[in-house]
Design a protein around this ligand. Structure first.
Ligand SMILES: [Zn+2]
Length: 151
């Protein structure tokens, strides 16, 4: 099993994929917020790092297989988080991330975590995975060490 943080990151994405399927739109469910809010700050930091890595894997697959580049919706993200959090999110999803600092506000940390989950789901969706398939795929990655590194 992958370490705790990567595992939690996959499970958050799976929870969002489940919710997306029910709501027919990429939105975070309440259950996801409860789960995220249950982690303390240092764990949230590790999960954000893991989500960044998993998002980069998905974006790289999309670029390599289909030549398609997608980005986070920076404008709408900027409307709901502070500039510190926006900078952290930009760094986390860059192909070659550098230093980033953990946003101080809990609200912003949660928003960027969910934004990365949603970006991953969009990437897998474009790669041809149906929503029904994405959640179990993430859960499988959470439980299998090999598939956690899909690069
Ligand atoms: Zn903030």
């Amino acid at each position: 099993m992958p370490a705790a943080a990567p595992r939690a990151a996959y499970l958050l994405t799976a929870a969002m994929a489940d919710n997306t399927q029910r709501a027919c739109a990429i939105v975070a469910g309440d259950d996801m917020s409860t789960e995220w809010g249950g982690y303390d700050e240092s764990v949230q930091r590790d999960i954000l790092a893991a989500l960044g890595e998993q998002t980069r894997i998905a974006l790289t697959m999309l670029r390599d297989r289909l030549g398609v580049e997608i980005e986070m919706d920076w404008d709408s993200t900027a409307r709901v988080v502070c500039s510190e959090a926006l900078a952290a999110a930009r760094e986390l999803v860059r192909p070659d991330p550098g230093e980033w600092s953990l946003p101080e506000c809990a609200h912003c940390r949660e928003v960027i975590a969910k934004a990365m989950c949603s970006l991953q789901i969009q990437a897998y969706f474009r790669l041809g995975f149906t929503l029904v398939k994405i959640a179990p795929m993430c859960r499988q990655s959470a439980d299998e060490p090999e598939s956690a590194r899909r690069s």
